[in-house]
Design a protein around this ligand. Structure first.
Ligand code: FAD
Length: 381
């Protein structure tokens, strides 16, 4: 029997495996997709996350990022990072670097998709492996989390709270991303805002930039995810929601200044999508099964700190398991994730507010020191 079985070999699963191995635990990862795994992502790694990766012995190639720029039709605001650089890095490059580090530590990665597991007082079994603990790092639409929530759901009170109903009916946010072969025109992550969507431009190499579009779409009239976990779980997090590049082009046309920059540039990757992004998760510890990364809950990609938060969670989780205190992880997870998630939720609320939304970029331009402080709050989260 090994100590830890990690289901999902994305960046957070691999980082958790590396942290566990370095803490002296025997660990195995299951990941059905061949390395290097790609995914829809803005690919901006904030400075604190770059330091966390380096501390794990992972230093992928990429494009240095010096800060964040907000742009709308009439305004522009720049905020520089105060403590080191971030990194624009292709997901495939990041994944390959993490996988290589895991390999040097002798961590086995099994090409297995885990669809079921069983736990008792002493151990967990999944994918033919017996372990003391199972860590679900299987992404936004985690199969393991859905099963745990289904099995542990107590009968609820008749009816739902008004805020819960409102959230279940609100439009859901999605992301689409594609790369373009063009020399980056800035070393900032450029965020273009319209009332309906944001376009993130991240330089990832001397001749490629990534463009990630974030937008809301109305729900399609099916039962809300909370009431029907199986349905939400079927949405693959790496497929474009509409599976059509036409949708990407139409949405991109709402950003004329960005279109000018990309004029004549060839696409350098296939279109990928993710969503719905928001995943409200009630708890992270279910006996010997624990959740990490996007599987443990997600708010939005608006502030681009998902990888940083996931790396912090990985560190905290490994420390709790190495100490033989898995129950402590719930509180450690809140410490690792809470400040960033609250900030993202607050910004998202402002962005959707009828009066505040259109004033965000002008505000950032007029109060650059506040903008810079907030950007650095996220960058160091
Ligand atoms: C549009 C968009 C833009 C973003 N931009 C940024 C950004 O700029 N900066 C940033 O820091 N973050 C960003 N994020 C967030 C970031 O991408 C995620 O937080 C990060 O990928 C989480 O990593 P993970 O390992 O938890 O999950 P994932 O990367 O989703 O990895 C999960 C892995 O689990 C595997 N898996 C799934 N099911 C199973 C199963 N049943 N058995 C075994 N394996 C399984 C999958 O194949 C996958 O490899 C963005 C997210 C989106 C959607």
């Amino acid at each position: 029997m090994i100590d830890v079985l990690i289901v999902g070999g994305g960046p957070v699963g691999l980082a958790t495996a590396i942290c566990c191995a370095r803490a002296g635990l025997s660990v195995t990862v299951t990941e059905p997709r061949a390395a290097p795994v790609d995914k829809a992502c803005g690919e901006g790694v904030m400075p604190a996350a770059v330091r966390r990766l380096a501390a794990l012995g992972v230093t992928p190639d990429g494009h240095p990022l010096r800060g964040i720029r907000y742009v709308d039709a009439a305004h522009q605001a720049d905020a520089r990072f105060r403590h080191g650089s971030g990194l624009g890095v292709r997901r495939t490059v990041l994944h390959a670097a993490l996988a290589a580090r895991a390999a040097t530590l002798g961590i086995p990665v099994l090409p297995v998709k885990v669809t079921a597991f069983a736990q008792d007082a002493g151990h967990v079994t999944a994918g033919g492996v017996e372990a003391r603990y199972l860590v679900a790092a299987d992404g936004l639409h985690s199969t393991i989390r859905r099963a745990l929530e289904r099995d542990s759901r107590a009968p609820g009170p008749p009816g739902q709270s008004r805020s819960r109903v409102a959230r279940d009916q609100a439009p859901q946010r999605y992301g689409l991303r594609r790369h373009y072969r063009v020399a980056p025109w800035t070393d900032l992550v450029e965020v273009h805002w319209t009332p309906q969507a944001e376009a993130y431009v991240t330089p990832v190499s001397p001749d490629v930039v990534g463009v990630a579009l974030l937008f809301a779409k109305p729900r399609l009239g099916r039962p809300p995810a909370a009431a029907n976990p199986g349905a939400a779980g079927q949405e693959a997090s790496d497929r474009a929601p509409d599976d059509e590049s036409g949708d990407f082009k139409t949405r991109l046309s709402a950003f004329p200044a960005l279109l000018d920059r990309l004029a004549g540039a060839d696409p350098a990757s296939e279109l990928r999508g993710a969503g719905p992004m928001r995943q409200d998760v009630r708890r992270r510890v279910y006996g010997r099964v624990l959740l990490v990364g996007d599987a443990s809950g997600y708010v939005d990609a608006l502030t681009g700190e998902g990888l940083g938060v996931g790396l912090a969670q990985a560190d905290a989780l490994a420390a709790c398991l190495a100490a033989g205190r898995p129950a402590d992880y719930e509180r450690a997870w809140r410490r690792a994730s809470g400040p960033a998630w609250r900030f993202t939720a607050g910004l998202l609320w402002s962005r959707n507010h009828p009066l505040l939304g259109e004033r965000l970029v002008p505000f950032a331009q007029h109060f650059p020191w506040i903008f810079t402080t907030l950007v650095n709050h996220v960058a160091e989260a």
